[in-house]
Structure formats: C-alpha cells, structure tokens
Design a protein. Structure first.
Length: 63
C-alpha cells in the first residue's frame, strides 16, 4: 500500500455536517468544493476518508 497515493477531492459542502466531519476535512487539507489533495494510502488516511465518504471522491494513483 505504501507505493499508492490517493487523490481526495471535496465534492459537497461541510455546512450542516457534524463537527468531527468538518475537522476531518480541514485535517485532509480540504477547504473548498472541487479542491484536491494527494495523500499516501495508509490506514489512517483511509479512516479519515471513511469519516467524510459522503463529501469526497477518492482516486487511487500509482506513484
């Protein structure tokens, strides 16, 4: 899993969401809709993505 990267893109607003979801988006570096960040494919990042899975899309990229 270490050689894979994930591109996480915010597709929905966090307004009206739970506090932990808003903070998870902030921790992933996402502030605006259609903003993307690249992350290593680790279990910690996968857990964060799972928390906000309804607000983001994820693409796997070989590095």
């Amino acid at each position: 899993m270490a050689d894979k990267k994930l591109i996480v893109t915010q597709v929905k607003s966090a307004i009206g969401g739970q506090r932990n979801q808003r903070e998870t988006l902030k921790a992933l570096g996402l502030r605006k809709i259609r903003q993307s960040q690249e992350w290593p494919d680790t279990t910690q990042v996968r857990g964060m993505i799972n928390t906000v899975r309804h607000l983001v899309t994820v693409e796997e990229v070989k590095s």
